[in-house]
Design a protein around this ligand. Structure first.
Ligand SMILES: Nc1ncnc2c1ncn2[C@@H]1O[C@H](COP(=O)(O)OP(=O)(O)OP(=O)(O)O)[C@@H](O)[C@H]1O
Ligand SMILES: [Mg+2]
Length: 287
């Protein structure tokens, strides 16, 4: 069984309109059925998102850096041993850029993203987000910057099982919120935006993988962050659902949001503006 719905965002930034079926100019969205997500058609499916279909093309991109990683090193201490993971990483991501990070398993991609998203601290070096050096901020200021300016999407969704989709999306606002925003209404609008209008009161256990990832994307957007970080957001999804998630990202990027996405899939990475390769804790193709 397939379901159709039309979605138009009214509270998320700009005039963002999502079309998860790219061949459908009427903005009608075909949500895959649960059976469809298992996807018997998996092998023959190809993600066909033309880059030219990006709503606002490249005009939103500026030369202003929003993420600056300067001479960053990260080591973990295992017993008496210090194990270096990242070596002298230098990376600049500009406002409105869509950056893909690729590299072999264990090369340090998630470690790097966790540093940029303040989930961890570098052993050495500087990370500047929107002009603010996190080494110079208090823990409280870092928590606020992270809560308001960075949305994180994880491969395994990381939803709270006992909360509904709507409650999961609202959750970050208990820690940080922008003044004057009706967070409950915004959470509903974001769930509509990702095509989950009819799943708001479902718990994660009652959602498919693709639906769970959409909830996680809505949650990441609840505080209208400038930067969206996604660690293999399509890694647990079939190709068709992964393509729909990528389309959501492209539309968010088309609206000016900066996106950094880790992926193992060269086809998915091909839709980014730029691909950075990490190998053995070193960026291979630094500009
Ligand atoms: N908390 C930790 N303590 C010790 N070592 C860690 C820790 N977290 C990660 N590592 C090590 O750091 C290295 C890089 O891990 P990371 O998760 O960044 O890799 P990755 O490139 O994201 O890999 P994958 O593609 O498999 O997700 C790995 O060798 C891992 O074992
Ligand atoms: Mg990883």
């Amino acid at each position: 069984m397939k379901m159709k719905t039309s979605i138009k965002d009214v509270s998320a930034p700009g005039d963002l309109i999502l079309e998860t079926e790219v061949d459908n100019p009427t903005l009608e969205v075909e949500l895959p059925s649960k059976e469809g997500l298992v996807n018997s058609n998996e092998e023959s499916f190809k993600c066909k998102l033309g880059r030219s279909k990006c709503l606002k093309s490249d005009e939103h991109r500026t030369t202003t850096p929003v993420i600056e990683v300067i001479d960053v090193k990260k080591s973990y201490t295992l017993g008496d041993l210090e194990v270096p993971i990242l070596h002298d990483i230098n990376l600049e991501v500009r406002e409105g850029e869509f950056l893909a990070i690729m590299g072999p398993s264990g090369s340090g991609k998630s470690t790097l993203m966790n540093l940029v998203g303040f989930l961890d601290r570098p052993t050495e070096g500087t990370i500047i987000i929107k002009g603010l050096d996190i080494n110079k901020l208090s823990d409280k200021e870092v928590a606020r910057l992270r809560g308001l300016e960075i949305g994180f999407v994880f491969q395994t969704f990381n939803l709270i099982p006992r909360l509904t989709a709507l409650e999961n999306v609202e959750l970050p606002t208990y820690a940080n919120t922008r003044s004057g925003v009706n967070t409950h209404e915004r959470a509903k609008e974001l769930l509509k935006l990702v095509g989950l209008e009819d799943r708001m009161y479902h718990k994660p256990g009652e959602l498919s993988g693709g639906q769970s990832q959409r909830v996680a994307i809505a949650r990441a957007l609840i505080n209208d962050p400038a930067i969206l970080l996604a660690d293999e957001p399509t890694g647990n999804l079939d190709s068709k659902t992964g393509c729909e998630i990528l389309n959501i990202f492209r539309k968010l990027n088309g609206d000016g949001r900066t996106i950094v996405m880790i992926t193992h899939d060269p086809e998915i990475a091909g839709y980014a503006d730029r691909i950075v390769l990490v190998k053995d804790g070193i960026i291979q193709n630094a500009e």
